[in-house]
Design a protein around this ligand. Sequence first.
Ligand code: BJW
Length: 249
Amino acid sequence: MSSDFAFDDGLIQAARRAQRVVALSGAGISAESGIPTFRDAQKGLWAEFDPMELATPEAFERNPKFVWDWYAMRRQEMVEVEPNAGHYALANWAQRCSDFSVVTQNVDGLHQRAGSEQVIELHGSLLQVRCSAEEHKVVDDWLELPDEVPRCAHCEAYLRPNVVWFGEMLPMGALLRAEEVVATADLVLSIGTSSLVQPAAQLPYRALKAGVTVVEINPDETPLTADATYSLRGPAGQVLPALLAALSH
Ligand code: BJW
């Protein structure tokens, strides 16, 4: 396969040797599937609303129906799209190592749909909802109502998407596992994230501190760029398949 990308020899050697690989992913990896990144302007009806302001418990308290509908629209959008070449490249990369984990900030389930098996979801899943009063009561089935937010059958509190909003704690088990896999990896890829949202943004630094090679893949520079061992400029759906192909030559 010919490639528009020229990869550093040191990177290729390190990636060929790597047996414990972790891919840290953000919204950018799903951009080529047609899901807008978080900091992109939202489309249509929602264009005037800032997603950073809707992804908060305060927004849900102020106007639960509005926030519920925004997530319902995004849930619909997600089931209509497909994983892209970047998601598939990561699922295929796993075949060449003894241990491959995806640690994702995304809530869209596209890594799992592409075939990745070990996926740690740091910010929850948009495909699930839960009771807003009982954190661990995840509900598989709910009835959409035209004028109201559906309620928990057990306690009558509103249901809400099972995602992590600003100011909320991440699922502790997921965060601890993520910290462990990055610190014991021999290669960490940071893909399609603005590297701004904590605590996910700390994970590459934990890897660097442990002496792990960190490769950033993003069309734009981020706060991680200057510190990453290698920084590759380009869309994940092109860079990842090209990098994986280069490992096999
Ligand atoms: C491409 C591409 C292509 C485009 N290929 N790339 C320490 C210091 C300061 C603040 C804090 C701190 N610790 C905690 C905070 C507060 C806060 C925080 O980080 N704020 C920052 C904004 C400063 N963090 C939290 O509140 C977290 N909770 C927490 O820490 O609890 C403990 C605590 C609580 C209170 C106080 C202190 C401690 C929770 C964070 C939850 C984030 N939730 C969201 C919503 C999820 C549900 C939903 O989807 O609606 O998660 S917000 C949003 O941002 C979403 C994303 O997962 C997350 C990250 O965004 P991401 O993935 O980086 O996307 P973008 O859009 O920002 O960037 C896309 C990138 O892709 C860009 O770089 C493009 O260039 C690139 N790209 N096309 C590759 N084709």
